[in-house]
Design a binder for this molecule. Structure first.
Ligand SMILES: [Zn+2]
Ligand SMILES: [Zn+2]
Length: 409
């Protein structure tokens, strides 16, 4: 409920600001007028009008079942705790995982499902103990919004591997509010500051959003397996993750080969900086490339015939699976044994590493190739992602989200 208008009004800017109530609410909340002591006039008015303690009504796009389209609905964001950051969502990328969840591809999922884990937002309010952000800063939220923070993996900055299970940004059991978490296809979100990434000034915000999943997911294995300049890396699949993998590997001066099923993407792979692009079906080329690669990063979002990509690995080299969560399709034990090759997996990255890839990309002007869409276009965008018809990431302009029908916003 809104602190200012005492109504379920999703847009505070439409409500008359009430400074006294905002100041009272400030006991556990550092709101703009309190922080920006020097801010006067329009600035202070603007900040006042968009904060309160919460909980907050928010607009979202959600799916009601595995066969339902995404439609507007009103959800509630929790009250701001001392360590929380409250963001107005500006942009949210569409990741293939969103579609897997909405459509229950990985087993029966939770509904209503509000997807979205490539979120860029502007800080509207911070809890009293928050030190990393102030009102007006730009923050990013990726695939996690919490973890136990005490297990050995969390303590080693590997929150994504939390032994208690990290709280994912959407469709995870929500230990704070109950129910399950709602993601970034929404105009507002409340997240503990530890899980909010600082976005450097000057960043292209829409094209930075995909770095919070596609970017970190491909950066993390390059860090872990120490991909170095001059080494040969294969990227299997040229979609949202794959195109980021190429850009990040090229930035390291690695020698990149793309393996794709789409003849139409061969020219794109070269444009992105790959030395060559090979069709999976090109058996001659696959034979020529046997035992050549130091690292292969597989971004395909489902199980696929993997052996041909094990065959291109050198002695001691690794194929890292990022997207296939099903049982892997027949990999020859013999080829692993005699080649001392590894098949491994990796999922996103920790919060410190996510901050690292954001800073790394900002310093080098690396960003995703995106197509910016309006929220009403989400369902059509899903079909195009499934049909591999996106170059290379859809990003939703969440700030343009209209009021939910039936609510008084
Ligand atoms: Zn994702
Ligand atoms: Zn943990």
């Amino acid at each position: 409920m809104c602190d200012e208008c005492e109504d379920h009004h999703p847009d505070h800017s439409l409500a008359a600001p009430n400074r006294r109530k905002v100041l009272l609410a400030g006991a556990s909340l550092v709101a703009a007028p309190l922080l920006a002591g020097a801010a006067t006039g329009a600035q202070a008015e603007q900040a006042q009008s968009s904060v309160g303690n919460g909980p907050f009504p928010a607009r979202a796009y959600s799916a009601a079942s595995a066969t339902s389209p995404l439609v507007p609905m009103q959800i509630e964001r929790r009250a701001i705790g001392p360590n929380d950051v409250f963001l107005d969502v500006l942009y949210c990328g569409i990741c293939h995982s969103d579609i897997h969840h909405v459509r229950s591809d990985w087993g029966p999922d939770r509904y209503p499902c509000v997807p979205g884990h490539e979120i860029i937002g502007r800080v509207q309010a911070v809890g009293s103990a928050v030190t990393k952000f102030k009102v007006g800063d730009i923050g990013g939220v990726g695939c996690m919004v919490d973890s136990c923070r005490t297990c050995e993996n969390c303590l080693a900055d590997r929150e994504q591997n939390c032994l208690m299970g990290a709280t994912l940004t959407y469709n995870s059991p929500d230990p704070i509010s109950g129910g399950h978490t709602f993601g970034g296809y929404s105009d507002k979100i409340v997240v503990p500051e530890h899980f909010v990434i600082r976005i450097p000034p000057g960043a292209d915000l829409a094209a930075t959003a995909p770095l919070l999943c596609a970017g970190i997911t491909t950066f993390s294995p390059m860090q872990h397996w120490k991909l170095a300049g001059g080494q040969r890396v294969g990227v299997v699949g040229l979609g949202g993750l794959g195109h980021m993998a190429v850009k990040l590997a090229v930035a390291r001066k690695a020698d990149v080969t793309v393996f794709t099923t789409s003849p139409g993407k061969i020219a794109d792979a070269r444009r992105l900086g790959a030395r060559e692009a090979v069709l999976w079906s090109d058996t001659e080329a696959m034979k020529r490339l046997a035992n050549r690669f130091d690292l292969v990063i597989a971004t395909v979002p489902r199980a696929f015939p993997m052996q041909q990509f094990v065959d291109v690995l050198k002695l001691d080299a690794t194929l890292v699976n990022l997207g296939a969560l099903e049982d892997l399709q027949s990999v020859s034990g013999r080829s692993l044994v005699f080649g001392r090759k590894s098949v491994a997996g990796s999922v996103i990255g920790g919060i410190a590493e996510t901050q690292e890839v954001i800073d790394y990309c900002a310093a080098r002007n690396i960003k995703a190739d995106i197509e910016l869409i309006q929220p009403e276009e989400i369902n059509r965008a899903y079909d195009r992602v499934v049909n591999k018809d996106v170059r290379y990431r859809f990003v939703i302009d969440m700030a343009s989200m209209k009021p939910v029908a039936g609510s008084r916003g």
